[in-house]
Design a protein around this ligand. Structure first.
Ligand SMILES: [Zn+2]
Length: 315
C-alpha cells in the first residue's frame, strides 16, 4: 500500500492552547484542520478496526486512499473535546484505552503525568523519582549527565526534564514495581483523595466511553497498565493483551480485535506473537517519523504504523 494514500494519525491530549498538558498534545483547532485536510484531499476516514476488516490473507486491493484518527490513553478530553469534533465532521475515531482505568487504577506512566501536572516536573525529578528509586542501582541515573535522553522524547516536543523523568521511570523501573510505586506516590501527595476519584477526573469514565461507543467510535485496547511491553516476559505480555480485551467486554460490553502498542517502537516477534493471540491488528506509534514509512505498511498486521500527528504540515 503506497504510503502517500495512507495517513494513520495518532493523537494524545487534545486540549486548548495554554493548557500545557504533561505529554504530547494538539489543540482542538488542529484536530479540525487535520480532518478538513483529509476530507478536502478525499481520504476516506476509517477506524482501525475497519481497516483491519479489509485485511485478508491475500487481498487488500479494496482499500483506496484512506486515513485513521486514533487517540491514545483515554484521557477526559477525548470525551469533552474530541467526540464533539468527530461528530461535527461525521467521522469516526479509534480510542485506545488502558483498561486499568475501568477499575479506578492510574496507569503508572499516566500517574507520573498527573504528578507533573499537579506538582511540577522539578518536584517529580527531585522528590518523587529519588524516593521510588531509593536503594536501587537506578538511582544513579538521576545524577547530572548520566542519562542521554532518547531523541524520541525531544522530537515529540516534550521538555528535557519531562523526557528524563519518563525515560527513567518507564524504561528502568520494573513494570510490577511501577504500579505500587505510583500508588504510594499518589497517596503521599494526595492523602485525602482516593485513587479512583483521581482516575475518574483524569480519564473518560466507563459511561462516557459507552457514550462514545454508542456514537460509532471505536473503543480498542491499549493494554491493561500501559507499560513498556519490551520489559516484560511473554507471559506478562499475553496477560496484558488478553486481560485488556476481556476488560473492554466486562466493563463496556465492547468486543475489539484492535490493539494499540504502548509507547511504540520495535517489538520482538515473541511479543508480537503474544498479542496476536488476542487481536487481528496491532497498531504501532512512531514519535518522530514525518511520513508513513515506505513499503507495504500492511505486511505485518501486528505492526501497522501510526504517525504522530504533530509530524504533519497541513498546508
Ligand atoms: Zn499510550
Amino acid at each position: 500500500m503506497n504510503p502517500l494514500v495512507v495517513r494513520h494519525l495518532a493523537f494524545h491530549y487534545v486540549v486548548p492552547e495554554g493548557t500545557r498538558p504533561p505529554g504530547m498534545s494538539c489543540t482542538p483547532q488542529r484536530l479540525e484542520e487535520h480532518i478538513k485536510w483529509l476530507q478536502e484531499n478525499e481520504f476516506e476516514i476509517m477506524t482501525c478496526g475497519e481497516v483491519g476488516n479489509y485485511l485478508t490473507e491475500d487481498d487488500i486491493t479494496l482499500l483506496r486512499k484512506h486515513a485513521t484518527l486514533s487517540f491514545d490513553d483515554s484521557t477526559r478530553d477525548h470525551y469533552t473535546n474530541v467526540l464533539p469534533i468527530l461528530k461535527k465532521y461525521g467521522v469516526k475515531g479509534t480510542f485506545f484505552v488502558p483498561t486499568c482505568i475501568l477499575r479506578g487504577i492510574f496507569p503508572p506512566v499516566m500517574g507520573l503525568q498527573f504528578l507533573i501536572k499537579e506538582k511540577g516536573a522539578e518536584t517529580v525529578l527531585t522528590e518523587v523519582l529519588p524516593n521510588i528509586l531509593k536503594g536501587t542501582f537506578y538511582s544513579r541515573l538521576l545524577e547530572e549527565g548520566v542519562l542521554n535522553i532518547p531523541d524520541d522524547y525531544r522530537n515529540s516536543g516534550e521538555s528535557d526534564i519531562a523526557g528524563k523523568i519518563k525515560t527513567i521511570f518507564n524504561d528502568t523501573v520494573p513494570p510490577h514495581l511501577q504500579i505500587e510505586a505510583m500508588e504510594e506516590a499518589l497517596s503521599f501527595y494526595f492523602p485525602k483523595v482516593k485513587m479512583e476519584d483521581l482516575v475518574a477526573d483524569w480519564f473518560a469514565n466507563p459511561s462516557q466511553l459507552r457514550t462514545m461507543g454508542d456514537a460509532g467510535m471505536e473503543i480498542a485496547s491499549h493494554t491493561v497498565n500501559h507499560q513498556r511491553l519490551g520489559l516484560m516476559s511473554r507471559d506478562e505480555v499475553c496477560f496484558e493483551a488478553e486481560k485488556s480485551n476481556s476488560d473492554l467486554f466486562t466493563f463496556l460490553r465492547i468486543r475489539t480485535g484492535v490493539f494499540g502498542w504502548t509507547f511504540g517502537g520495535e517489538f520482538k516477534s515473541s511479543i508480537k506473537g503474544g498479542v496476536k493471540r488476542s487481536y487481528k491488528t496491532a497498531w504501532n506509534f512512531y514519535h518522530s517519523l514525518e511520513e508513513v514509512p515506505e513499503g507495504d505498511i500492511y505486511a505485518d498486521w501486528m505492526n501497522i504504523p501510526r504517525v504522530n500527528e504533530a509530524a504533519y504540515r497541513l498546508d
